[in-house]
Write a protein that binds this ligand. Structure first.
Ligand code: CA
Ligand code: CA
Length: 341
């Protein structure tokens, strides 16, 4: 009898361990954020400990996210605006005129559900991401899949744009070299402006100029709703929302005049440009794409749920190395308009 009961126990333990190992298999090869290695499942020959709830608990399967059917894009009109601020940090000066062609910008930050849907397809189709990404901010509240995706490198945001382009049968924007004969699908490549097909109909990150122009939506004040900010306007550090210092679901606050949500706060947003402190001294007037030479961190905009409100200003510029992740940094996508003629 004792042998029989022990055999039954071992069988149950092995079945439970096999079930436990399933989610790990689904994460095969994905480094966890911050370089953590997923915990290895114990082997079936390990000495079984006392019976645990795992023997009877129903394992939660890894959620499967479909490819997003439609990501709402807002048509941003061509026009000129005064970029920068004389009141802000030195990198925001001088205020200078910039003219932009019409383009599209995503109505909202990329959500975790969208991130996972595209990434899942991409990993079955030749893409390799550097990070897994994360559901909302790591600190504060209890985020769900409608929170912004966070914890992706700049490289990953660019790869994701290319993957979405390929899903939709559009021409990818980013290539591994200036020859533009190989679509950028893996790794960390410090692609330059001449590796970009700016006229392609695929998805891309906005430039800093596009981002600020779209955020302002015709306003010249510090924020698109005026010169002061409250917790009613946006999600920033200490703003009083239910998620405390974490992200809120995308689109939780009033949009700007052009219908764009969360341009101030929630997730910080990667832009295309290399961040050069004095770039505004040399920026071209028409469709600036940032410095031509590398060796700079990449720009991101808008501040976040973890930012003091001063970092949410329309003109505020921040930057980080392309291989870094931040617990409340994500992105939103842009798309060039077809060039007529
Ligand atoms: Ca907040
Ligand atoms: Ca944002």
């Amino acid at each position: 009898m004792r042998v029989g009961r022990r055999s039954q126990l071992l069988t149950a333990v092995m079945m439970a361990l096999a079930l436990l190992a399933l989610p790990l298999a689904g994460c095969d090869g994905e480094p966890a954020p911050d370089g953590q290695t997923p915990t290895q499942a114990p082997t079936a020959t390990a000495t079984p400990g006392p019976p645990t709830p795992a023997l009877t608990a129903t394992p939660t399967p890894s959620p499967s996210y479909p490819v997003p059917a439609d990501i709402a894009m807002v048509a941003i009109p061509e026009g000129s605006f005064s970029m920068g601020s004389e009141e802000g940090f030195g990198c925001e000066r001088p205020v200078h005129t910039v003219s932009l062609s019409a383009f599209y910008l995503a109505e909202k930050e990329t959500t975790y559900a969208q991130w996972m849907g595209v990434k899942g397809w991409a990993e079955q189709n030749g893409y390799t991401f550097n990070r897994a990404g994360h559901m909302g901010a790591r600190y504060g509240g209890d985020p769900d899949e409608n929170h912004p995706a966070t914890e992706m490198e700049w490289y990953d945001a660019v790869l994701w744009c290319n993957a979405l382009s390929e899903i939709e049968g559009l021409t990818p924007v980013y290539y591994t070299s200036s020859a533009k004969n190989e679509v950028y699908r893996a790794g960390r490549i410090d692609i330059t402006n001449d590796c970009v097909n700016w006229g392609a109909d695929g998805y891309r990150l906005p430039t800093e100029a596009e981002w600020e122009y779209a955020c302002r939506a015709g306003t010249t004040t510090e924020y698109y709703f005026g010169n002061t900010i409250s917790g009613e306007d946006a999600n920033f550090l200490g703003s009083g929302d239910p998620f405390d210092d974490g992200t809120t679901p995308v689109g939780s606050y009033e949009p700007n005049a052009w219908g764009l949500y969360d341009m101030h706060g929630n997730a910080r947003e990667w832009c295309w440009d290399w961040m050069k402190w004095h770039y505004y001294d040399e920026s071209p007037v028409s469709n600036p794409h940032g410095p031509l030479e590398g060796g700079h961190p990449r720009a991101y905009r808008g501040g976040s749920c973890g930012s003091d409100y001063v970092f949410l200003r329309s003109a505020n510029r921040e930057s980080d190395f392309a291989y870094h992740v931040h617990h409340d940094r994500g992105f939103r996508i842009a798309q060039s308009c077809p060039v007529e003629g």
